[in-house]
Design a protein around this ligand. Structure first.
Ligand code: NYM
Ligand code: MG
Length: 230
């Protein structure tokens, strides 16, 4: 019998604006290519789709939208690409993704809007393909400022970013069984960050036989089994 080919790993890079995500994701892609391994970059929001165009207009303040509605659009933008991510993984391609559902929760929950609790923000992403590994680029406010400050888009201000950081910290604690979520010190110089990311990614670079998990399957299982909930 022919041996089954392992699927590609699903790797997400998260962080605040100015954490260096896009640069690092591009450098990681180069490393995969240099090793002759199939790799695909994804990015959320994907501004190219019709939903992504609505998100783009909102972020650039060219349109106004209800906070719940735009939250659901960010999630819908992931759902519309989910099957193609699964297809790439099953074809043996590593998918490296610049932001994912964690940004969705962090930015929306950080708005502190009534009726938009952490749990509410998490709900629409339940069932999406779960990353095998998430790397959180942890940048200090000082470094972010040093890197030229924020851009002109919505959410790109120090107050908001600080609140987003707190939500990311909560997500990190919830995910923190020590294998699926790592915070990486993004204040280090670029090459050191890439090396640390690569060290975490390497065990996944050959792919995996493990079936694709769904968000937030494992987490909810742990919550159900914990004494905190009945
Ligand atoms: N963002 C991103 C959200 O608010 N929700 C989401 O689900 C995602 C994926 O969009 N400030 C926010 C975070 C960013 C902004 O992202 C645009 P980028 O990576 O700067 O293009
Ligand atoms: Mg940005």
């Amino acid at each position: 019998m022919p041996e089954r080919k392992p699927r590609g790993a699903f790797i997400v890079v998260e962080g605040l604006d100015r954490s260096g995500k896009s640069t690092q994701v591009a450098l990681l892609e180069q490393r995969f290519k240099a090793e002759g391994r199939p790799v695909r970059l994804a990015k959320f929001p994907d501004r190219a789709t019709p939903i992504g165009k609505m998100i783009d207009a909102y972020l650039r303040s060219q349109s106004e939208m209800d906070d719940h509605a735009v939250h659901l659009l960010f999630s819908a933008n992931r759902w519309e690409l989910a099957q193609s991510i699964i297809d790439s993984l099953n074809a043996g391609t590593t998918v490296i993704c610049d932001r994912y559902a964690f940004s969705g929760i962090a930015f929306s929950a950080a708005k502190n809007k009534p009726g938009m609790s952490y749990e509410w923000c998490r709900a629409p992403d339940i069932g999406l393909p779960a990353p095998d590994l998430t790397l959180f680029l942890d940048v200090s406010p000082e470094k972010a400022r040093e890197r030229g400050g924020f851009g002109a888009e919505r959410y790109e201000n120090a107050d908001m970013q600080e609140r987003v950081q707190h939500v990311f910290e909560r997500i990190g604690v919830e995910m923190g069984d020590g294998s699926r979520w790592f915070a990486v010190d993004a204040d280090q110089e670029q090459g050191a960050v890439t090396d640390e990311l690569w060290m975490r990614i390497q065990p996944h670079a050959q792919g995996t036989e493990r079936p694709i998990q769904r968000l937030w399957e494992e987490l909810d299982e742990r919550v159900r089994n914990s004494h905190l909930y009945i």
